[in-house]
Ligand binder design. Sequence first.
Ligand code: FPP
Length: 283
Amino acid sequence: MTPITHKTLEVPLLAALGPVTPEESRLLEKLDLQRLPRHLAVIMDGNGRWAQKRHLPRIAGHRAGTQTARTTIETCARLHLEALTLYAFSVENWRRPQAEIDFLMQLLREYLRQEMPLIQKNNIRMRFLGRLEELPAGVQNDVRESMEKTAGNQGMVLCVALNYGGRAEIVDAVNAILAAERTSLAGSVPRRVSEEDLSRHLYTDGLPDPDLLIRTSGEMRVSNFLLWQIAYAEILVTETLWPDFNRTRLLEALVEYQKRERRYGGIREDGSEEPKPARVAGE
Ligand code: FPP
């Protein structure tokens, strides 16, 4: 493998990525490993269009999408991100044809079984975000097992958003707070709820908020994903369809993220204007 010189960190960490293409090598040289997002969230969109372009059934796009998920998970784990969240199935996705829903559930179960060695090898801890109790019993079992098997892992947290909705999550958090109030403070005046209280009752409790949200396939929407948590996230929309979002595209997105200046509502130190938001040069 070509040795990679890097601004801030020694190369061995990157050796973990295995053989890299010349383009990836150039991107890795630009990447500051100390300023990677702590938490990356991804809306994996465009599987259907990818399949359509090839005159294949939509499910072929979902199957191809699982390969991209694998590469993304492995790359993020090896770059030592703290957390990666993938939007696998939304509360709105139940409106899809039953055959596609069944396929997606089956695919997820297959994925959890087949990928467990890779998850374990990379020391990944799995979490699932969403109304899990509404999922088919078999899926609930696999979800529980995956969390149990990886509970002791110390590396990246991989969150799979499943039957997930951002508004549903906030409603669930409020109801959890009210339920706790009812049991602990019966009859007394309810206290004021703080942002910290609410955050602690979200499915993402204990995780840093995403610094970067990537959406593939060009749609400029957040689609009810992590509504509370992405308050200050950088958003990158790429035209690349999810099955084509390979490791090079991911590294490009990370380089693009590092060009952004995050101000959290403050002003630039030199008082100059904010730079224009950029889009990822997808392809
Ligand atoms: C959107 O494509 C994608 C989904 C509904 C999620 C499915 C994701 C996978 C199968 C990747 C595997 C992930 C894991 C964690 C195993 P779309 O059908 O909306 O595409 P379209 O907008 O082109 O129709």
